[in-house]
Design a protein around this ligand. Structure first.
Ligand code: ADP
Ligand code: MG
Ligand code: MG
Length: 901
């Protein structure tokens, strides 16, 4: 049998159905399905997505030959159902030609309406309908759309004004009118003439008059649109494979522009912003296609309730609303009822909130599209839970309906929806840490407290800025990617951050920041949207997020199905507490380096680094011990009852020493050594490639006393808590291990120290010693390491860096280009590279468990809170994922989804 390329639908029959989205695209599959369930849909047919792929391989001519018999038969089928004839002068069939991929791709190709018109057919339509205005309005729309989409009159760039719009505006201006509906028949005829002339001038060709030529031109244009820049860009952004292709839908026209008993509109079965179970939407009388969304006239609400509640008419006085902008419920009560029952039917059938397009032609209702509606995070949660309570869907389905990343919207402040509309965008950076923030500019971390609401603006941040970052409402940096210091720390704090806003010129000396020709001073107000990367001028009102009861229910439900635990990355008791509130069961990564910056600790730390003898270092370390012990007590207590993985000192020592002359001098004086000595030591610590330099366990292996001190602090802290009846469960983690020997020596120091402390205290606790797997060599030799280690934690930030050979701090200059060009699908620092880095993770886990079957395995990189990576971790068989506190709910949901799938 020949391959079927065309699927017809109409009059309650269809060759396709809803679950054929891959072949028919979303629009086509649902048009078929609506026919099957008795919803009124104009007849038509869908050319499959496979033909798009054939077209890309074979080209136009062969594909038209292949399609011809089936398309002609399908057109005849429409002719039969509508009692019209395609290309006829007296009784012409007019159709729309619409694209439709598997996933909805807004802006891929503009739809062509009223195809089949020419100078004769327009007269036929005018005569048949007895409505000349309608006939010519349809014709001028057709010439415009066909000219733009098929004949290339409009360029792809969005800012260029449509050449036809220009002509139209000129005519309207001369006539002194505003609305399309005010144009007379003569105006419309004149417009068609001018439009065609413009086509001839610009393309050198006559506007096609044969309906069949028009149709093939439009079908090919839809296929071509799959390869236009907009579509390619959108696919990149949303990870849609190029091979999918688009379907083409050809459908008999129904007309909303036939006068006052005709209309067109869009509707939602529930409120897409709040999730409330309220049918709503907008419509326009005597209009066609996208007039409602294109803003040619003020659309009216579909329901009475909507007229009262939605913002659309808020600027219009209440008494005028009812008379000038009545709802559909008032203007066409019978049709409203019909539409209301259709929307109910569709939602019941699809068991999800629907977004629908409809047209009313002379008192008869037609549906032109239905799909699962896009919605906000809050609406997503409410709708899923409402459908569950209504028993429309079960728990598993409800959980799978949720997009984990969207939960984020529920956890952070948001901009007031009215205030944000009038805000002026100054710059755009990376959406490094979500939420909305508004405040006054400060340029130095220690000045963040100068204002009640401050925004810390830096070229980039460093570990020293931590406290100031915590005080500020938001952080804005000119440099740095999604895993830059600012971004990682801000996410950890749940603080709004926009990083890498390249157009910012920060001048610390003059305390100004220049963006284009605007210069802002310290104290000036700006606002950040950490979810989009936008930076706004001035103050923009924010409001607290709405944490409804449904959120908690979803988390409870997730735990029912999940197999993995979710831990958190937290360095302070405060973060640990926050994470616990969000349901974290333990800490997967507690970094100790931040603990060395506060107050007088940094002095002791520097003393340790500058000391040239072991005795000197030990002396300084002894000063640090009580601070560390206190910090560990705090964090172990905050996570009592759960494992707390504490990582030993990791960063290169260079990060801790002073780089400014004044501070260097201060240090020299304090330590009673010469400035030159300080300078020499700082210079000595300088490395060409610090990330691959003297850091991680290389520190503990060259200065064992550091490991000794940290191990002691941890064990003593746990014992102190034990004596207070608190269940502390420390897990000591050795970073950056590449060879088994490196780990063995560190583990031995830790065990020896613990033993000593136990003897001193005459008491003991249970503790574990494990390692981070973050160097490829460690993953490759994981079976050896597992013999000695109690647990593995995959540090996928470094592992990604070293597997790809991309410096995390420098990748910003080429990663975006790589992603644009399709060399990489995603930023591997955000989405775990399952094919490469993931292979090391898998191998490391398997090898580790081959040596020690009950080896505890987790992940603590940024990936631990990224849904697709969480699913991967589940499939690999990890015991837990660990992520920043504010991503804990996302990871819990993603882990449950992975288990359900
Ligand atoms: P998009 O995917 O951009 O929404 P559509 O193909 O859905 O594009 O169509 C754009 C507009 O044209 C919609 O308002 C739709 O309802 C309308 N439309 C499409 N086909 C027809 C038709 N056969 N009759 C009347 N209106 C139509
Ligand atoms: Mg469109
Ligand atoms: Mg549509």
């Amino acid at each position: 049998m020949n391959k079927k390329r065309v699927y017809s639908f109409g009059n309650g029959n269809a060759e396709g159905k809803a679950d054929m989205k891959n072949l028919l695209g979303g629009k086509g599959a649902n048009l078929a399905e609506m026919n099957l369930i008795g919803v009124p849909v104009p007849p038509g047919f869908t050319i499959t997505t496979e033909v798009c792929t054939e077209y890309n391989e074979l080209g136009k001519k062969p594909v038209v030959e292949l399609l011809k018999p089936e398309v002609e038969a399908a057109i005849h089928n429409i002719e039969r159902l509508t009692s019209t004839k395609f290309g006829d002068a007296q009784n012409p069939l007019l159709v729309s030609v619409r694209s439709g991929a598997r996933a909805s791709m807004p802006g891929m190709m503009d739809t062509i309406l009223n195809l089949g018109l020419n100078d004769e057919a327009v007269a036929g339509i005018a005569k048949k309908s007895g409505n000349e205005w309608f006939a010519w309005d349809s014709y001028r729309r057709f010439v415009q759309m066909y000219g733009d989409v098929v004949l290339g009159m409009k360029t792809e760039s969005k800012d260029e004004i449509d050449p036809f719009e220009k002509i139209m505006e000129a005519v309207k201006e001369v006539k002194g009118i505003n609305l399309d509906t005010e144009l007379t028949v003569e105006d419309l005829k004149d417009l068609v003439k001018r439009f065609k002339k413009a086509v001839k001038e610009q393309t050198g060709k006559d506007f096609p008059t044969s309906a069949w030529d028009q149709l093939w031109g439009a079908i090919i244009a839809v296929f071509d649109s799959w390869q236009n820049t907009r579509a390619i860009y959108y696919r990149r952004l949303n990870n849609i494979p190029d091979e999918w292709g688009t379907a083409v839908n050809v459908q008999a026209m129904v007309f909303g522009n036939m006068g006052n008993t005709s209309a067109t509109g869009v509707a939602f079965t529930r409120d897409a912003a709040t999730g409330e179970n309220l049918f709503n939407g907008e419509y326009l009388i005597n209009a066609q296609g996208e007039d409602v969304v294109a803003g040619v006239r003020t659309p009216q609400e579909i329901t009475l309730e909507g007229s009262r509640r939605w913002a659309n008419l808020q600027n219009i006085p209440e008494n005028e609303r009812a008379t000038k902008y009545p709802s559909l419920e008032e203007t066409m009560p019978v049709l409203f009822k019909e539409l209301n029952s259709v929307q109910q039917k569709l939602e019941d059938h699809y068991k999800d909130m629907q977004d629908m397009e409809f047209t009313i032609q002379e008192g008869k209702l037609w549906l032109l599209q239905t799909r699962n509606g896009k919605r906000t995070g809050a609406a997503m949660v409410k709708i899923a839970m409402d459908l569950l309570r209504e028993k429309t869907i079960d728990e598993k389905t409800a959980l799978l309906r949720l997009e984990p990343n969207k939960l984020d919207e529920l956890l952070h402040p948001v901009f007031d929806s009215v205030a944000i509309r009038s805000a002026n965008v100054l710059a755009k950076g990376l959406p490094a840490s979500p939420g909305a923030a508004t405040g006054q500019i400060v340029f130095f971390a220690d000045e963040a407290g100068n204002y009640e609401n401050s925004i810390l603006v830096r070229i980039e941040t460093s570990p020293e800025d931590l406290e100031g970052m915590n005080v500020a409402r938001g952080i804005l940096t000119a440099r740095g990617g999604m895993t830059s210091h600012a971004a990682v720390v801000a996410r950890g704090m749940g603080k709004c951050c926009v990083s890498g806003a390249g157009s910012l010129r920060v001048n610390y000396k003059t305390r100004t920041v220049t963006i284009g020709d605007i210069t802002l001073n310290e104290g000036d107000w700006i606002s950040l949207n950490g979810s989009t990367g936008e930076v706004y001028e001035d103050k923009v009102m924010t409001r607290k997020p709405d944490m409804s009861g449904d959120f908690g229910l979803i988390m409870e439900m997730s735990d029912k199905f999940t197999r993995m635990n979710v831990r958190t990355n937290a360095d302070t008791p405060k973060d640990a507490k926050t994470a616990r509130e969000y349901g974290a069961k333990g800490i997967g990564l507690c970094r100790t380096e931040h603990m060395f910056f506060e107050g007088s600790r940094i002095k002791a730390m520097r003393e340790m680094i500058l000391a040239s003898t072991t005795t000197g270092r030990k002396k300084a370390l002894a000063k640090l011990l009580p601070y560390q012990r206190e910090d560990f007590e705090g964090i172990l207590e905050a996570m009592a009852g759960y494992g707390v993985t504490i990582r030993l000192l990791d960063p290169p020592l260079h990060e801790f020493v002073p780089h400014q002359l004044a501070t260097q001098k201060e240090l020299a004086d304090e330590m009673g050594i010469s400035l030159d000595m300080v300078k020499a030591k700082v210079a000595e610590l300088e490395e060409f490639n610090p990330m691959l330099g003297h850091r991680g366990c290389r520190l503990g292996n060259t200065y064992p006393e550091i490991t000794e001190m940290q191990a002691r602090a941890i064990i003593e802290a746990a014992l102190n808590l034990k004596s207070k009846g608190i269940d502390a469960r420390p897990e000591i983690m050795v970073p950056l291990v590449g060879t088994i020997k490196e780990f063995e020596i560190q583990a031995e120091i830790i065990h020896k120290t613990a033993k000593k402390v136990f003897e001193e205290r005459n008491d003991s606790i249970h503790y574990q010693v494990g390692t981070m797997i973050e160097i490829p060599r460690a993953a490759l030799t994981a079976d050896l390491i597992a013999r000695e280690a109690d647990f593995f934690s995959f540090g996928t930030n470094d592992l990604t860096q070293m597997t790809f050979g991309y410096s995390r701090d420098d990748a910003g200059s080429f990663l975006p280009i790589y992603i644009n060009k399709g060399i990489l699908k995603n930023d591997p620092f955000q989405v775990l590279d399952q094919d490469g880095v993931g292979l090391l993770v898998k191998m490391g886990t398997e090898k580790g468990r081959s040596a020690k079957p009950d080896l505890k395995v987790g992940i603590c990189g940024e990936h631990g809170g990224e849904p697709s990576s969480v699913e991967f971790c589940h499939n690999v068989g990890m015991n837990y994922v660990s992520c920043s506190p504010f991503r804990v709910p996302i990871a819990r949901l993603a882990a449950a989804q992975a288990a359900i799938r």
